[in-house]
Each structure stands twice: as C-alpha cells, then as structure tokens.
Write a protein that binds this ligand. Structure first.
Ligand SMILES: [Zn+2]
Length: 160
C-alpha cells in the first residue's frame, strides 16, 4: 500500500516534471519556428537582391561588350550586326528580369514584417493580421536599406 502511494507520488511528480519539460519544448519549438520563419524570409529577400545584383552585373557586362564592338568598328574593324543584335536582345531580356525583381523587392519592402511571426502585413498596418502583435515599422526596412547602400557600390565597381 505504501509502496503504491509512493509509486503514485512518483508518477505524479514525473508527470508534473514531464509537463514542465513539455511546456519548455513547446515553447522552444514555437520560438524556433518563429526564428526559422523569419530567417527564411530574410534569406528570400537577400536572394532576390543577390539575383537583382547578378542581373545588373550581366547587363553591364553585355553593355560593355556592345561598347567594345562599337569602339572596334569605329576603329575600322568589321561590324558584326548579328552579334550586336544578339547582345541587344540579351540585354532586353535581362532588363525585363531586372524589372520583375525590382517590383518584387519593392513589394516586400513596402510590407511591414511582423517581428513576432514573420507575416508580411500591408503597409500602414498597426497590428499583425496574423498574430495580432503590434507592428514595429522601422526594423526590417532599416536593415534592408543599410544592406542595399552597401550592395550598390560593389556592383558598380565590380566590372572594371
Ligand atoms: Zn505576427
């Protein structure tokens, strides 16, 4: 009888400890998920910007080639119409791509990201439409602004 009571107490204690541990796990999990979501979003955004920088780099490379061809033809080298047309076509294609990327970037930039759940809220929102937390406007945008300021000159100078 006594042994049973002790065992019950033990189980009860164990159960209690377990639930605290489980609570901790659940808590840790939700924190992890939030962090994961946020990281995912930031990575997505960086990818877009890297993609945009790559496209710009390719465009300036092609323009450089076109300039070289023009220079060479001015110097008397035979002018390759086919090559020029191909390059122009390629530039146009890339410019279209650049426009798309720019549009998506500004779309994301205009949204207010919830620091709690990572949801992208419409600009002007005060509270998160998903979790209801108050939105802090400046953080996400500030980070991105600094990043693009750094990224700008690097792209400009990389093709010299
Ligand atoms: Zn939220």
């Amino acid at each position: 009888m006594i042994a049973l009571v002790i065992e019950l107490q033990f189980l009860c204690m164990k159960g209690k400890n377990m639930s605290v541990f489980e609570e901790f796990l659940v808590g840790a999990k939700s924190v992890f998920n939030k962090a994961g979501k946020k990281a995912e979003k930031v990575i997505g955004f960086s990818k877009l910007k890297i993609g945009n920088a790559e496209v710009r780099k390719k465009i300036s490379k092609l323009l450089e080639k076109l300039g070289k061809l023009t220079y060479e033809s001015a110097k008397g080298k035979p002018y390759s119409d086919v090559e020029v047309k191909l390059l122009v076509k390629e530039v146009d294609k890339l410019k279209l791509e650049e426009e798309k990327l720019k549009k998506r970037i500004s779309e994301i930039r205009n949204k207010i990201e919830c620091l709690c759940c990572g949801y992208e809220n419409e600009s002007g929102s005060l509270f998160c439409a998903q979790c209801g937390k108050k939105l802090e406007k400046e953080k996400f945008n500030k980070d991105e602004k600094n990043e693009s300021e750094v990224a700008g000159p690097i792209v400009e100078n990389s093709e010299t």
